[in-house]
Design a protein around this ligand. Structure first.
Ligand code: 13P
Length: 262
């Protein structure tokens, strides 16, 4: 069985005190719905990783992720944060390849592969994001764009990485991020099935079918999560805006728990 996952990407939001109270509020709500079947991940900004990781003690099934990492472990890279630092702050996951990083920081497939490898070396589980722009979808090249994003990074990884569940994929169509316009359940399912089919061309069916969770991201909220999560190839969500409200994120998690059957 593939893991069901609900992940919250806080992006560049919240001051220290706001972040701690958001985490506290969410943990209190989540404690009312304990679940072995759904993995919950929150991705606060770097300065809050350690503090929020500490609050997680006694919260089984909830993990902390960073939103990015540098591809080197240390060195003269002013302002950057390495995978080894993230691991040492007790975070267990890292988001790599978010479209905002690709778009605003010009991150290339080559750089992303280096980051993924460095994160894996440091025992972080990677949430690797892929997604097409509206222009690409309108030009009907969205499948080839996604195929290329997989080829550039995921196809370079060993079967053992995927079979160990060290890679979680997130399909985030750029046109759906922060726009209030989510992909329809049918569009999400179509692309998730396509992604899985591409992966089966490279990795064993057992690994792809059982070990690679594919999350949907892009204007996912309390109103549309149930329909999106009900799709057979959608294993959960990577939530932006709605993860900044403890009650909404807890409600989305509850929807996933309901569908996962525990
Ligand atoms: P929104 O849920 O705000 O659209 O953001 C999605 C996202 O980018 C998560 O990484």
């Amino acid at each position: 069985m593939r893991r069901k996952i609900v992940a919250g990407n806080w992006k560049m939001n919240k001051t220290y005190s706001e972040a701690i109270s958001l985490a506290d509020d969410f943990f209190q709500l989540a404690a009312k719905d304990p679940s072995d079947s759904v993995l919950t991940i929150i991705a606060p900004p770097f300065p809050f990783l350690r503090e929020i990781s500490k609050c997680l003690e006694g919260q089984p099934g909830i993990f902390v992720a960073a939103q990015n990492c540098h591809h080197e472990n240390s060195g003269a890279f002013t302002g950057e944060v390495s995978a080894s630092m993230i691991r040492s702050a007790d975070a267990s996951h890292v988001i790599i390849g978010h479209s905002e990083r690709r778009q605003y920081f010009a991150e290339t497939g080559e750089q992303l592969l280096k980051k993924v490898n460095r994160a894996l070396e440091n025992e972080l589980t990677v949430i690797f994001c892929i997604g097409e722009t509206s222009e690409q979808r309108n030009s009907d090249i969205h499948f080839s764009v996604i195929r290329q994003q997989l080829e550039e990074v995921v196809f370079h990884l060993g079967e053992e990485i995927l079979s160990a569940g060290k890679i979680i994929l997130a399909y985030e169509p750029v046109w759906a991020i922060g726009t209030g316009v989510n992909a329809s359940a049918a569009q999400a399912q179509e692309m998730h099935a396509f992604i899985r089919e591409q992966l089966r061309g490279k990795f064993s069916a057992a690994t792809v079918n059982e070990k690679v969770s594919i999350l949907y991201g892009g204007s996912c909220n309390t109103g549309n999560a149930a329909e999106l999560f009900a799709q057979p190839d959608v294993d959960g969500g990577l939530i932006g805006g709605a993860s900044l409200k403890a009650a909404d994120f807890a409600a989305i998690r509850r929807i996933m728990i309901g569908q996962a059957g525990l």
